[in-house]
Write a protein that binds this ligand. Structure first.
Ligand code: FES
Length: 167
């Protein structure tokens, strides 16, 4: 864990990098998207203070920055957990009970979809079709795919990741 001083120094450094990215594209047409992508690469997510810096730096309305960052799922608005869960809510998975899996994940983790658990261990996302409909319902945790899921399997799967952290 980083102490507060290190965190603040890192934050300052990240904002300096962001300012450079903004300065490099200022006045360019369509600068917002690449600057947001750089912001995401620098910070790992695009929180509100970063959005404000971009809006001021590029001279675009904050509502536009917010609109673009929420429209594209590639942008995260919150700090991401150490493990990213992507539960498919595509049609095939949905009809095979993905909502029940999602409800179980949500209650096991005490975390709503689109958010990160309080301990920073997991971010719970719903995704579009993962291209593995034959395995519906499907979820991914980081790069691992889990198919033909039942709600009862959820705690065991999550436990594997919790153990990894403890070791
Ligand atoms: S709908 Fe879930 S993998 Fe295709």
């Amino acid at each position: 864990m980083m102490d507060t001083e290190t965190k603040q120094a890192k934050r300052k450094e990240n904002f300096a990098k962001l300012d450079e990215a903004i300065a490099a594209r200022k006045g360019e047409r369509g600068a917002l998207m690449p600057v947001l992508q750089e912001a995401q690469a620098i910070f790992g997510y695009v929180p509100q203070d970063v959005q404000i810096r971009i809006a001021n730096g590029l001279g675009v309305p904050l509502t536009e920055v917010y609109g673009v960052s929420t429209f594209y799922s590639q942008f995260a608005l919150e700090e991401q957990g150490r493990h990213i869960i992507g539960l498919c809510l595509g049609t095939a998975c949905y009809v095979r009970g993905a909502q029940k899996i999602l409800d179980r994940l949500s209650s096991e983790l005490d975390c709503k979809v689109g958010h990160t658990t309080k301990d920073g261990a997991f971010t719970l996302n719903a995704t579009r079709c993962l291209g593995a409909c034959g395995l519906a319902p499907v979820m991914m945790i980081d790069d691992e795919v889990y198919g033909r899921l039942t709600p009862g399997e959820v705690p065991g799967i999550l436990a594997k990741y919790k153990d990894q952290q403890a070791s």
